[in-house]
Structures are given as C-alpha cells and as structure tokens.
Design a protein around this ligand. Structure first.
Ligand code: PHE
Length: 440
C-alpha cells in the first residue's frame, strides 16, 4: 500500500471490537472494582452509568466523527480546522493530545511488561512457591529486571501494528476481545462460588445511598467515565479516522460504552468476591494485580489454572489498549514524515522504550510520570478536542458528521448538550483532577 493511501476497517464488528479493546484496560481492572465498592456500591452506579452513557458516548462520537471527517489523526485534523479559521498553528495544538496518548503508552507498556512477567510466573506455578508476594513485587518493579519485559511488551505491539489496521489491529482484536469475555465469565463462576464470596458481593452491590451526598462519589464517577472510554482527544480519534462514511457512529459509540461497562462489572465481580473470600483488603492499582490476586491464587483450589487464565485475560485487556495507544504516534509520524508504517513503528517503539527506561528503574518516577500524563495531558487533550470540534469548527456540522451513516441520527437538541454541557464538564474533569490529584 502506498504511503498516502488510507486503510479502512474491514467490518463494523471489527471496528467496534477494536474500540472495545482500546477502552478496556487498567482503568476497568484496577480502578473500577475498588471504586464501585468504596464509593457506595450500587449507589455509585447511578452517577457512573449516567456519566458514561451521556458524556462518555458524546466524547466517543466526537472523536470518531472528527477523525473520520478529516481522515487523519489529531495533529492534521486540528491543523485543518484551525486553518479554515485563518489560524496556522493548529497542528501545534494537535500535538498535545498526541503527546498525552503517547505518554499513556509509555507507562502502559511498562505495566504490560509486569503483566507478561506475572503471566509467566503463573504458568510456572510460581505463586504457590513464592513466599512473600509483596517483597517479590518490590524486588521486581522499579528495578532493571523489568527492562526485558518492557521491551517484550513493545515488541509484541510493534509486531501487530506493522501488519496495519485491518490485518493487525482489527484481526487480533476480533480474537482477543471475545476470548477476554469468555475468560472473565469462567473466572466469574470460580470467584462467585468461593466460600465467603457473599461479603464481596455485598461490598459491590449493597447501596450506601448516603455516599451520594458526598461530592467525591460524583467526582470519581465522572473521572472514571472519561478515562475508561479513553477520552483524550487522540486515541479514539485515530480509530475513527479509519472509518467509512457509512459506519454508524452513534451506535458504535454506544456499543463501545456498553461492552466496556460490562467488562468493568465482570472484573469487579471476578476480583472483589475472591478478595473477600480470602479475608484480604480490596485495593486499587498495582498491589491488586501483583500482590493481592497472586496471594489468592496461592490459596485457592484450582489456583494454578485460574491464575494462568486471569493473567492471560489481563494481557488481552492491556495489549489491546497499547495497540490503540501506539497507533496514535505511529499514524502521526507516518503522516508528518511521509514514512512507511514499518519505519514508523520502529521509530516510535525505539523512542518510547528509551523514554520509559528511567521509569523502569524507579517506581517513584513511574508514579510521577503516570500522574502527569493522566492528570494533565489526557484531560487537556479531551478539552482541546471538544473545543476544536464543537466550537472552533462548528457544532451543527459536527452533528451532521456524526449522523452520516447513522440509523438513529441525533436531533438538534444534542447541539447545546455537546457544545456547552460536554465541553464544560470536560474542563471540570481537568480542574477536579488537578485538585484531587487524579480522578481518572
Ligand atoms: N481507557 C483506558 C483504560 O481504561 C485508558 C486510556 C485513557 C487510554 C485515555 C487512552 C486514553 O485503561
């Protein structure tokens, strides 16, 4: 294929599954389950579902349509819109969301490295023999031992991306996503039938209505809604840029939200009941995956096979995200430097690996970097994309672009909602994230 011929998805289901793969990631697995329990159980679902269905799908429709309309990633798409208004530095603005998403890729690739290592440990049956799991993780993460795994994560992503959108990303997601859901169902049955699982189910489901009076519940639900569907102004936009004119964007956005939310629930009901059954503390973040759960597999009947399945499912969830994340800078360099996909993946792989190396060696640096990217860059990118498409471009034309090919087109009522409510709330997500030190 020549350098300037743009690929398209081969099927609608392939596109949606790739978006589902992009959306489902660490946010669903190490944030949602704990948040659901900690912020009121079933009560938390009210703000969360409300935000993810209204705002999450609006943001997805915006990114899909913006990308499809311009047949380009964020840098070129921004450039064109601003140029039409006589502003010639739109591309410089478009660099920010691209950098944000690339930043997520940098730290995600490191986590995928840890997951690959733990998958191998599971295969070797090591959880049964490792004495102190917290000490083990402490002697691995943040040390040179992670480098090779980090490199492996990047190489796997490179191998998929160099095959292209249709033959690489789409084809592998069509296998990985259904398999991910099947594995999560198997794990669900195991977890729910553990003696003592009921306490965990209660933690997740018994509504604590009083928590709805606490603004933090709403704030965390809002941050989760934006982060979990990958709103940052570039990641979903690049997948949208490979869409045909007859693709149904509102339906695809809604399907992405629904599958993504289903995966969050499954993860919650796999993880939390097991945590309670073994009398452990539900936690968020790396300790959950790399300490608490291995500890459970150690004691659980059938722990070996379930640990292998569990880490395999996490690999699918996380790798399908790194493919999307890496595609953003890969597309940008292909377009800017007029180089082939194969060259671009090597360039991006090498550069992001080099940037990530210092983070391999220091968990503190890793934390600061991940915070900077997720608290500042990603929300800024989401705001910039909304402002650019809904304000600088034109809200009516944006709605028409979204409706192109749709069976259920959005009415004019949607315009003030997107232009004012969505854009302002995206700004609020940014500000609250800064105040609270991260809500996504
Ligand atoms: N949605 C991803 C997750 O849940 C994270 C992400 C956010 C990816 C923003 C890209 C952009 O893990």
């Amino acid at each position: 294929m020549s350098v300037n011929e743009r690929e398209t998805w081969s099927s609608r289901i392939g596109f949606v599954l790739s978006c589902v793969g992009a959306a489902i990631g660490l946010g669903n697995i190490w944030l949602f389950p704990w948040r659901l329990g900690a912020y009121g159980g079933a009560a938390f679902l009210i703000p969360y579902l409300f935000f993810v269905i209204t705002l999450g799908s609006t943001g997805l429709m915006e990114e899909f349509a913006f990308g499809r309309e311009r047949k380009a990633g964020a840098i070129q798409a921004f450039k064109e819109v601003y140029a039409e208004r006589g502003i010639d530095w739109g591309d410089k603005l478009g660099v920010i969301p691209v950098l944000g998403v690339t930043g997520v890729f940098v730290f995600y690739a490191i986590v995928v490295g840890w997951i690959l290592k733990y998958f191998v440990l599971a295969l070797q049956g090591q959880f049964a023999v490792i004495d102190k799991l917290p000490a083990y993780f402490g002697s691995f993460a943040g040390t040179p031992k992670t480098i090779i795994w980090h490199l492996l994560a990047i190489i796997i992503t490179i191998l998929v991306l160099r095959l292209g959108v249709k033959d690489g990303i789409e084809r592998i997601n069509k296998v990985m996503m259904p398999t991910l859901f099947v594995i999560l169902f198997i794990l669900l049955l195991r977890s729910l039938t553990l003696p003592g699982a009921l306490e965990g189910i209660k933690f997740l489901l018994v509504p604590e209505w009083s928590k709805l009076a606490n603004p933090k519940t709403w704030i965390m639900a809002l941050g989760q809604a934006f982060f979990t569907v990958s709103l940052g102004g570039a990641a979903m936009l690049v997948y949208g840029s490979y869409l045909d004119e007859d693709a149904d964007i509102p339906a695809s956005a809604l399907q992405t939200v629904i599958f993504n939310t289903t995966a969050s629930f499954l993860a919650a009901f796999v993880i939390i009941p097991a945590v309670f059954a073994f009398g452990l503390d539900p936690k968020a973040g790396p300790p959950l995956l790399f300490i608490t759960l291995p500890n459970i597999f150690k004691q659980m009947p059938g722990g070996y096979i379930f640990s292998v399945l569990f880490f395999l499912s996490i690999i699918f969830a996380a790798l399908s995200s790194t493919m999307n994340l890496m595609e953003v800078p890969v597309e940008a360099l292909m377009q800017r430097l007029k180089i082939s996909r194969k060259k671009s993946v090597i360039l991006v792989g090498g550069l992001t690996f080099a940037v990530g190396l210092p983070l391999d060696l220091s968990m503190k640096l890793f934390g600061h970097f991940a915070d900077f990217v997720t608290i500042y860059l990603i929300p800024i990118g989401a705001v910039m994309a909304a402002v650019t498409y809904f304000w600088v471009y034109d809200i009516t034309k944006a709605r028409q672009a979204i409706n192109q090919g749709s069976d259920n087109p959005l009415g004019t009522w949607w315009e003030p909602f997107a232009k004012y409510v969505f854009t302002i709330v995206a700004g609020v997500v940014l500000i609250l994230g800064i105040i609270f030190g991260g809500i996504g």
